[in-house]
Design a protein around this ligand. Structure first.
Ligand code: S3P
Length: 449
């Protein structure tokens, strides 16, 4: 088998990832383990922090985003062991006992850290908090969580009439509401549920389509009284439960597995086994899309691990066909759309992605950035207001592209590069470390380097 040349090159404070494919003969082989689920990692740290006793987390994602969560809660007096091993412990302060930090809480690049944490901070009486993030996070909309929290009585100030970080929060006792969210967002839902923990009575959220339900599952496991009504996509939570620290085993992140699933599907003669992947049904839209595209993917060894379904995935190369992705499926694969766009450039026919305007307010405008990078590589992608139209089968040729410091863009373009002619240079590729610190070493492994 011929291997590509994969190099990381420092450029000022950033890193270029340079991938040069062999003229022929590349195939991806082997068994890989992917890092812990980012959503579950954030939640295990946060729920551990507000519970009584010790929470033990196995398989926590050691990426930059969960590190941001850990450092925010450490600044509020929570004891968290070093994030460098398979076993991280959190000594909880107990519900309502986060300390007022003397420093500004910095959520870095992480929307989940900032939005979920806001629910906890706003409901902590007599404490004052200030929160911020990096350049990307400070331009992402916070009104989606500020507005429902204000309806509960929260006091929050920030830039652009309290809609952008940095934000200041005067915590206080809140009143319960039934919030009808205009968007299917687990971050919005989770923020309100976390605010509901400290609020007298029943707090309820209804969303237009089901978003990931890790908060509901984990809150229940830690002792919260949660009621889920699948018929109306509603969840309610009763205030003032006793939360007890738990042992959490974090499954591998299907959003990280997705890069290898698509890589194996598009690179000829590939055969990868991806072990220990979380297959929570609110996250498996990617599996349904790959099946609709004709990918050769099988689930092995299905099991439940601390309340979350898990499986090993075997993916082999196949000839993909185009499909349409829209509606309620979107929240179930929201983070996989950049890598699905890569798959679509190799599928026969025209793939349409719509109802995905949310991608414009992620770590970057993922619709604009993916359309422009893939077109630069020779694809035929048209940007729609709420999606992408991709005419497949054009083939890709390596060139210079940029991650825009967005982890999922960096990794999607690296996978595109594996099936592109010549050399691709991905600028600011270190962004992958936000959710996948070992991405480049696994890339080398599957390529046989
Ligand atoms: C997340 C929810 C999703 C997702 C993000 C993580 C979470 O965002 O895009 O990467 O952990 O709750 P929205 O809920 O805003 O769609």
């Amino acid at each position: 088998m011929s291997s590509p040349i994969i190099q990381l090159q420092p450029v000022e404070q950033h890193q270029d990832l340079i991938i040069t494919t062999p003229a022929s003969g590349l195939s991806l082989q082997g068994t890989i383990k992917i890092p812990g689920d980012k959503s579950i990692s954030h939640r295990s740290l946060m729920l551990g922090a507000i519970s009584e006793g010790e929470t033990i987390i196995h398989g926590l994602l050691l990426g930059e985003d969960p590190r941001s969560t850990a450092s925010c809660f450490q600044a509020m007096g929570v004891e968290i062991s070093e994030l460098n091993s398979d076993r991280v412990t959190v000594k909880g302060n107990g519900l309502g006992n986060l300390l007022e930090p003397t420093e500004v809480l910095n959520a870095g690049n992480s929307g989940t850290t900032l939005r979920l944490m806001l629910g906890l901070l706003a409901s902590h009486p007599d404490r004052f908090f200030t929160v911020t993030g990096d350049h990307s996070l400070c331009s992402r909309p916070m009104s989606r969580v500020v507005k429902p929290l204000q309806e509960m009585g929260a006091q929050i100030w920030g830039r652009k009439t309290n809609t952008l970080a940095p934000l200041a929060i005067q915590g206080q006792a809140l009143k319960p509401i039934h919030y009808h969210s205009p968007i299917a967002s687990a971050q919005v839902k989770s923020c309100i549920l976390l605010a509901g923990l400290m609020t007298e009575g029943l707090t309820k959220v209804t969303e237009p389509a089901l978003s990931r339900d890790h908060s509901e599952r984990m809150l229940q496991a830690f002792g919260a009284k949660i009621d889920v009504d699948p018929a109306t996509n509603s969840v309610s939570i009763m205030g003032h439960p006793t939360l007890k620290g738990q042992t959490v085993i974090v499954p591998g992140d299907i959003s990280s597995a997705a890069f290898w699933m698509i890589a194996a599907a598009i690179v000829p003669d590939s055969n990868l086994l991806i072990e220990n992947v979380g297959i929570n049904p609110t996250r498996t839209g990617i599996l349904e899309v790959m099946q609709a595209m004709g990918a050769d993917i099988t689930l092995e060894n299905e099991r439940i691990v601390t309340g979350e379904p898990v499986a090993d995935l075997r993916v082999k190369h196949s000839h993909l066909k185009a499909c349409t992705i829209e509606g309620d499926l979107i929240p179930r694969l929201i983070d996989e759309i950049p890598i699905i766009a890569v798959a679509a450039t190799f599928a026969q026919g025209t793939t349409i992605i719509k109802d995905a305007a949310e991608l414009r307010v992620k770590e970057s405008d993922r619709l604009a950035v993916m359309a422009s990078a893939l077109n630069k590589m020779g694809a035929n992608v048209t940007e729609l207001p709420d999606g992408l139209e991709i005419i497949g089968g054009t083939g890709l040729t390596g060139t210079e592209v940029d991650s825009y410091t967005d982890h999922r863009i960096a990794m999607s373009l690296a996978i595109a590069a594996l099936n592109a002619k010549h050399s691709t240079i991905i600028h600011r590729a270190e962004a992958a470390g936000i959710s996948y610190p070992t991405f480049v070493s696994t890339l080398k492994q599957v390529c046989g380097e």
